[in-house]
Design a protein around this ligand. Structure first.
Ligand code: SF4
Length: 372
């Protein structure tokens, strides 16, 4: 019989600088059944968006999740900040004494703590408010995430009022100006009095970063924050995200499909494929020594801006399109697209039948593939 791990067991594995530990996290979305399906008693199907993943995020680091659209990276981010309720698993998050006291007050002492960590997966939504200030998200679309009817100062005032930060409107306004200056939106008073349509995409996204900063978070999910911004404005947004880590000590989960950006901005990278983490390590390890055939394909696809070196992109080691997250292939879910599978007939039976586990192949570098 396999042992059922508890949050207390997981906390024992953590070190002092671990802010967040995800263990065996699952998020499935049920597919709506038709009347015919119900009458015929067809089995309920699920989109297996996130399927038993585990990783840690340390304090003050940027951890990037990379992979193709539909691999489950955004669902992971939304679940970590509890915009989605997890189907199962644990999200251990370290809280300070003040947040712990607020959680005790709001729940009447019914929330459990494990050596300073709270399991976000176990906190009912009605008690999440004290944690909302600590967990923030920056959405991909800077155009629809700011209400066009309000000035920037009013948009930024709202979360301060909701969470009771600042004793007076004047004090709150001062906090807003400081947050705008922190993301280099200056003169801050001028920006604060503008409407969103008066700002560029990059400026809007920095308003969103300022909005996240206002509440003094310890963990921010940045969900493809530059995907919808002009190339010329991307650098300023990336620098603001780097500042979250370097100046404010915030840990960031940076979601992207662009491995080059992940390498330049991150300390650690996790590669996701069809709801699973297939490789995990430092940014250097993932880019300079990719082990999983999928990561190798992603690294091979990084464009080289030199026409004389185009021949280097010679070997895109991947076949076809990402498979549906409803009908996940058995065994290794990458096997229908894996070139290494074709090249290694000796492991094909295993690839088709057995799901590879994430194993450590060098210090801090994990891969889920039967080749290792
Ligand atoms: Fe390819 Fe097999 Fe490794 Fe999966 S386990 S990535 S199919 S070699």
């Amino acid at each position: 019989m396999t042992k059922e791990f508890t949050p207390q067991d997981y906390v024992k594995e953590l070190s002092e600088d671990d802010l967040l530990a995800v263990r065996d996290l699952v998020k499935y979305f049920p597919i709506r059944r038709s009347v015919l399906d119900v009458i015929a008693r067809r089995r309920q199907k699920f989109v297996r968006a996130v399927d038993h993943i585990s990783f840690d995020i340390k304090k003050g680091v940027i951890f990037s999740l990379v992979g193709e659209s539909g691999c489950g990276k955004t669902t992971t981010g939304m679940t970590l900040v509890r915009l989605y309720d997890p189907t199962s698993g644990h999200i251990l998050f370290k809280v300070d004494d003040e947040t712990r006291k607020k959680l005790d007050d709001i729940s009447g002492g019914r929330i459990k703590f494990y050596d300073g960590y709270v399991d976000l997966a176990q906190v009912p939504s009605k008690w999440m408010k004290p944690l909302r200030t600590k967990l923030q998200i920056i959405f991909q679309d800077p155009y629809s995430s700011l209400n066009p009817a309000y000035r920037i100062r009013d948009i930024l005032m709202e979360p301060l009022v909701i969470h009771g930060i600042g004793d007076s409107p004047e004090e709150r306004y001062e906090i807003i100006l400081k947050a705008l200056e922190a993301v280099k939106l200056v003169p801050a008073e001028d920006i604060a009095n503008r409407f969103p349509h008066m700002l560029s995409g990059g400026q809007r996204q920095r308003v969103n970063i300022a909005k996240a900063l206002l509440l003094n978070p310890s963990f921010v999910v940045a969900d493809e924050p530059i995907a919808m911004i002009d190339v010329s404005l991307r650098a300023e947004v990336l620098l603001s995200i780097l500042d979250l880590k370097e100046k404010f000590g915030v840990s960031v989960l940076f979601i992207t499909h662009d491995l080059t950006i992940a390498y330049n901005i991150s300390d650690y990278i996790g590669v996701m494929y069809l709801g699973k983490l297939v490789e995990l390590g430092s940014a250097e390890q993932i880019i300079k020594n990719p082990l999983h055939p999928y990561t190798q394909a992603l690294v091979a696809a990084i464009p080289i801006p030199d026409p004389n070196r185009r021949h280097i992109i010679k070997d895109i080691r991947i076949k076809g399109e990402i498979t549906s997250a409803v009908n996940v292939p058995p065994g290794c879910r990458f096997h229908p697209r894996c070139v290494a599978f074709d090249e290694h007939p000796e492991i094909q039976a295993r690839c088709k039948a057995e799901e590879p586990k994430l194993i450590e192949v060098e210090k801090g570098h994990y891969v889920a593939c039967h080749l290792y």
